[in-house]
Design a binder for this molecule. Structure first.
Ligand SMILES: Cc1cc2nc3c(=O)[nH]c(=O)nc-3n(C[C@H](O)[C@H](O)[C@H](O)COP(=O)(O)OP(=O)(O)OC[C@H]3O[C@@H](n4cnc5c(N)ncnc54)[C@H](O)[C@@H]3O)c2cc1C
Length: 809
C-alpha cells in the first residue's frame, strides 16, 4: 500500500511539475526529495537511486550534458535542418508575434486577451467616416463604374485626391491623415460595402507601397519630396514586384538593375540601368510614381566589393523616357486600375533607391516587414466590409422575398446559408478589430496578418456564394440594382493578391507560426547557424533543454485535458462562454504537442509536407479567430442579443479545429505515432458538431428583422436611406414590410380571405374601400409594395445595350 501511495505521489508530482512547466533543476530537486522520503520509508532501493543519478546527474551537470547530449544532438540537428534561402530567412524574421504565440504555446492567458484595449476612433477619424467617406459612397455609381466606364468617374478620383483618401497612412507632418490601423480598416469596410473598385483603389496606396516604404526607409530628401505630393494626391503611386516568371515566388524576380555611370538631366551621375517586365500592378496604368523591385548588380564594383547586391526597391517617376505604363488588365469585371509595366535599360540615378544607396540590396527585408502590417488591414477589411453589408442585405431580402406563401428566410435550407453569413460576419469584424488593434499597439504581426488575409478572404468568398444562392436569379441578373454580382465575380482577386491563398495556408501561416511563435525553435535554428562553436553549443543546449521540458509539459497537459475533458480549467467567465475557453485551452495544448511531434518525426521534410503544415496552421488560425470572437463579445458588453452570433462563430471554429486534428492524424505519415496521438487527444473519439440547426435558426432570424444585434453587425456600413443607395432602400423596405404585416392581416380579416402577401397596393385599396384601415396604414402598404417590387425585380436591357460599345475618340 505504501509503495502504491509513493508511486502515486511520484506520478502526481511529475505530472504537476510538467503541467506547470517547472525547470529541469527544480524538477530534479523535487524528485530527489521524493527519493529521500522513499528511502526513509524503505521503499526506494539502491538500484533505483543508481538509475535516478544516472539520469539526473548528466542532465544537471552543465559540462557533461553539453558534451554527451547537446553536442551530438547539435550535429544531428545541423544535418536534418531544412535549407533556408536568404529571402525565406528574411521573411521569417520579419514582424513580431502577439497573442497567437500564446495560442501556439499551449497555455493561453485569457485575461491577457481581454485586457488588450479595444481600439477606438479619434474624433478626426470618426468625422472622416461621417463626412468624406459617407459622401464618396453617395457619389459612387458602381454600375456606371464597372459596366460603362471601367473606371471611377473623374469626379470620384478628384474627390479621393482632394480629401486625402490615399494618405491615410502618411504622417500629418507631411500633410497626410495619419490614421490608426483600426480607422483605416473602418474606412475600407465602408467603401467595400459600396464598391470593390473603390475599396481596392483606396486600399492599395495605403497598404504595401511607396508611401509606407518611404516613411519607414526613405531618405529625408525623398520623404520631403514625395510624401506631401502623395498626401495631396499630386502623385499616384503603385508598387511593382510581380513578374510573369515570379508570382508567389517573388524572391525569384528576373528584373534587374546594373550599376553604371550615365547621364541624367544633362549631368553625368552614378546610377543604374533598369530592365523590368512586371504584370498585375495595381494603379500602374494611372501611376505617376512607380515603386519598383529588382535585383541590383554591380559588375564593375563601383559601390564596393559585392557584385550581386540583391533585391532593391526604387521610386521611378513614370514620365521618364523608357518607362512603359498605361495598358490595363481586366480583373474579373471589377475594373480597378491594374496593368503591366516594362522598361528596358532605363537609366536613373542611385538616389532613386528608397533609402538611398545604403539600402541597395535591402528590398526584400523592407517588403516583408511592410507586408506584415498591410496584409492585416486592406484585404481583411475589404472582405469584412463586403460581408457585413451582404449579411444585412441578404437578411432583409430573405424576409421580403416570399415563396410558397412564406418569407424564404423561414425555410430551414435558407436558414442554414443565412446563419453562415451572419456568424462569419460577426467573426470577421471581430478579427479585423483585434488584428488592427494589435498594429495600433505597435505590433507588426506577420503570422496574424497571414491568418487574417487567408481566412477572411476565404470567408468572403463563401459568404458571397451563399448570398448568391439565397438571392437566386436576383443575384445572377446584372444591372444597377444588383448589389452582389460584382463582389461575387471579384472574390478571387482578394484570394490571389498579397500571397495567393493556397500558398498562404500551406506554407506561410504554419511555416512562419512554427518558427516565430514556438518558444525554442528559432533559438535552435539560430544556434545551429552560429559560426562560433562554443556559443553555438551553449545556445543550443539552453534551447534544447527548454524545448524538451516544453514538449513533456504539452504531452502531460494534453493527456490531462483529454482525461478530465478540460472541465476543471478555470475560465475568465462562468457563463455560456466557459466551455469555449476550456476547449480552446485544450486544443492549444494539443497544437503545441502536435507541432513538436510533427517537427521531431518529419524534421526538414515538414516544409515539403504542406498538407500537414496547412492543418497545423488551421488549428492555430481557428484558435485565433475564436479568440477574436470571444474578445469582441466581451468588449461589446457581453450583450445577450449577440449570443447566437458569438456562439455560432466560436462553435464553427471549434468544430473546424477538431476536424483539422482528425484529418492530420488520419494522414500523419508515421501510422504508429498517429495511433498514439489519437489515443492521447481523442481517447473518447471526436465529439464536437458544427453549429446546431437551432443555433442556425437563431442567427438567421436575427438577420431578418431590425434589432440591436443586427445593427451592431452592420455598424459603420453605408446604409443611409437614399434613393440611389440600394442597400439603404432595402433596409427601409424591411422595416416597411414588417410594419405592414399587421395591416395586411387586418384587411384579410375584414374581407375574410387569406390573400397572398403580394400586390399590397391593391390590398390597401381594398382595405380603404371597406374602411378596414386608415389612410396612413394604406400609404404604408403602398410604400411597402413599392419597396418590395424594387427588392425583387431585376434589371433588363435592350439587346443593343449589351453589345460592347467601343468609344470613339
Ligand atoms: C488583380 C491583381 C492585383 C495585383 N496587384 C499587385 C501589385 O500591385 N503589385 C505586385 O507586385 N503584384 C500584384 N499582384 C500579384 C499577386 O501578388 C500575385 O498574383 C500573387 O503573388 C500570385 O502570383 P501568380 O498569380 O503568378 O500565381 P502563381 O505564383 O503562379 O501561383 C499559382 C498557384 O500556385 C500556388 N502556389 C505557388 N507556390 C506554392 C507553394 N509553394 N505551395 C503551395 N501553393 C503554391 C498559389 O497559391 C496559386 O494558387 C496582383 C495580382 C492580381 C491578380
Amino acid at each position: 500500500m505504501e509503495t502504491f501511495l509513493w508511486l502515486l505521489t511520484a506520478i502526481f508530482l511529475c505530472g504537476f511539475m510538467a503541467y506547470h512547466r517547472t525547470s529541469l533543476k527544480v524538477f530534479s530537486y523535487a524528485f530527489a526529495v521524493l527519493m529521500v522520503v522513499g528511502t526513509v520509508l524503505n521503499l526506494v532501493s539502491t538500484f533505483a537511486w543508481l538509475v535516478f543519478l544516472l539520469i539526473a546527474l548528466p542532465l544537471n551537470i552543465d559540462g557533461l550534458r553539453k558534451e554527451y547530449i547537446s553536442a551530438p544532438l547539435l550535429k544531428l540537428f545541423r544535418g536534418i535542418m531544412p535549407d533556408m534561402s536568404a529571402t525565406e530567412k528574411e521573411a521569417l524574421d520579419a514582424g513580431t508575434t502577439w497573442f497567437e504565440a500564446d495560442l501556439f504555446r499551449g497555455a493561453p492567458d485569457w485575461q491577457k486577451l481581454h485586457q488588450y484595449p479595444e481600439p477606438r476612433l479619434s474624433a478626426d477619424e470618426q468625422a472622416f467616416l461621417n463626412g468624406p467617406v459617407e459622401k464618396v459612397c453617395q457619389m459612387l455609381d458602381d454600375w456606371q463604374t464597372t459596366h460603362n466606364d471601367a473606371d471611377l468617374s473623374p469626379e470620384v478620383w478628384q474627390y479621393l485626391k482632394d480629401n486625402k483618401f490615399f494618405a491615410m497612412i502618411i504622417k500629418k507632418d507631411y500633410g497626410g491623415l495619419e490614421f490608426c490601423a483600426y480607422a483605416q480598416s473602418r474606412v475600407l469596410q465602408k467603401l467595400a460595402g459600396v464598391s470593390t473598385v473603390l475599396a481596392s483603389t483606396v486600399g492599395v496606396p495605403n497598404s504595401l507601397g511607396p508611401g509606407e516604404l518611404l516613411q519607414l526607409y526613405g531618405t529625408k530628401a525623398q520623404k520631403d519630396h514625395y510624401l506631401p505630393r502623395l498626401a495631396n494626391g499630386e502623385e499616384i503611386p503603385c508598387f511593382a514586384l510581380t513578374s510573369p516568371e515570379a508570382g508567389s515566388d517573388a524572391g525569384a524576380i528576373p528584373d534587374f538593375g546594373v550599376v553604371c555611370h550615365g547621364e541624367f538631366n544633362g549631368e553625368e551621375v552614378l546610377g543604374m540601368k533598369l530592365t523590368w517586365n512586371k504584370r498585375y500592378i495595381t494603379l500602374a496604368p494611372v501611376a505617376t510614381v512607380l515603386g519598383l523591385a529588382f535585383k541590383l548588380r554591380d559588375p564593375n564594383f563601383l559601390l564596393g566589393d559585392q557584385e550581386e547586391l540583391g533585391i532593391t526597391c526604387a521610386l521611378i517617376p513614370t514620365d521618364i523616357d523608357g518607362v512603359i505604363t498605361g495598358r490595363r488588365h481586366f480583373p474579373l469585371n471589377v475594373p480597378f486600375q491594374n496593368g503591366p509595366t516594362q522598361g528596358n535599360e532605363v537609366f536613373v540615378p542611385l538616389d532613386f533607391i528608397i533609402g538611398g544607396v545604403e539600402m541597395a540590396g535591402q528590398g526584400w527585408r523592407m517588403l516583408v516587414e511592410c507586408l506584415s502590417v498591410g496584409r492585416a488591414i486592406t484585404l481583411p477589411s475589404n472582405s469584412t466590409g463586403g460581408v457585413k453589408s451582404i449579411a444585412l442585405a441578404t437578411g432583409a431580402y430573405s424576409r421580403i422575398r416570399q415563396q410558397f406563401k412564406l418569407p424564404i428566410g423561414k425555410m430551414e435550407g435558407v436558414e442554414e446559408a443565412l446563419a453562415r453569413i451572419g456568424g462569419n460576419a460577426y467573426l470577421m469584424d471581430a478579427v479585423t478589430t483585434l488584428s488592427t488593434g494589435a498594429i495600433d499597439l505597435g505590433e507588426k504581426p506577420s503570422v496574424i496578418s497571414a491568418i487574417a488575409k487567408y481566412h477572411l478572404t476565404e470567408k468572403m468568398r463563401h459568404c458571397i456564394s451563399d448570398a448568391m444562392d439565397i438571392h437566386g436569379g436576383k443575384g445572377i441578373c446584372m444591372g444597377p440594382n444588383n448589389y452582389l454580382a460584382r463582389g461575387y465575380q471579384g472574390a478571387p482577386v482578394a484570394i490571389t493578391v498579397e500571397g495567393a491563398n493556397i500558398l498562404t495556408r500551406s506554407m506561410i501561416i504554419y511555416g512562419q507560426g512554427a518558427i516565430r511563435c514556438h518558444p525554442y525553435v528559432l533559438a535552435e535554428l539560430e544556434a545551429a547557424q552560429e559560426q562560433d562553436e562554443e556559443l553555438a553549443l551553449n545556445d543550443f543546449d539552453h534551447a534544447l533543454f527548454g524545448h524538451i521540458g516544453f514538449a513533456i509539459s504539452n504531452i502531460v497537459r494534453t493527456k490531462w485535458f483529454s482525461f478530465s475533458t478540460a472541465r476543471l480549467l478555470s475560465t475568465p467567465y462562468n457563463d455560456q462562454t466557459r466551455r469555449y475557453y476550456q476547449l480552446m485551452t485544450r486544443f492549444s495544448a494539443n497544437l503545441a504537442m502536435l507541432s513538436d511531434i510533427a517537427m521531431l518525426t518529419l524534421g526538414g521534410d515538414l516544409k515539403r509536407r504542406e498538407r500537414i503544415s496547412a492543418r497545423l496552421g488551421d488549428i492555430l488560425s481557428y484558435l485565433y479567430l475564436a479568440s477574436a470572437s470571444l474578445k469582441r463579445f466581451n468588449d461589446q458588453g457581453r450583450q445577450a442579443e449577440d449570443l447566437p452570433l458569438m456562439q455560432w462563430a466560436v462553435e464553427d471554429c471549434l468544430y473546424k479545429i477538431q476536424q483539422a486534428i482528425d484529418e492530420l492524424l488520419s494522414n500523419f505519415p508515421n501510422k504508429i505515432v498517429a495511433l498514439l496521438l489519437r489515443a492521447m487527444i481523442f481517447p473518447y473519439g471526436t465529439w464536437l458538431t458544427p453549429p446546431s440547426d437551432k443555433l442556425d435558426h437563431q442567427v438567421a432570424q436575427l438577420l431578418q428583422s431590425p434589432n440591436a444585434a443586427r445593427a451592431r453587425l452592420g455598424e459603420g456600413q453605408y446604409l443611409t436611406r437614399e434613393t440611389a443607395n440600394v442597400l439603404g432602400i432595402l433596409e427601409q423596405t424591411l422595416e416597411d414590410i414588417i410594419a405592414s404585416e399587421p395591416i395586411f392581416k387586418k384587411v384579410c380579416r375584414a374581407i375574410d380571405q387569406k390573400l397572398p402577401f403580394t400586390q399590397l397596393d391593391k390590398v390597401a385599396e381594398q382595405g380603404l374601400a371597406i374602411n378596414a384601415i386608415t389612410e396612413d396604414e394604406a400609404s404604408l402598404l403602398f410604400k411597402a409594395e413599392k419597396g418590395r417590387l424594387a427588392a425583387i425585380n431585376v434589371d433588363d436591357f435592350a439587346s443593343e445595350e449589351l453589345k460592347v460599345q467601343t468609344k470613339q475618340a
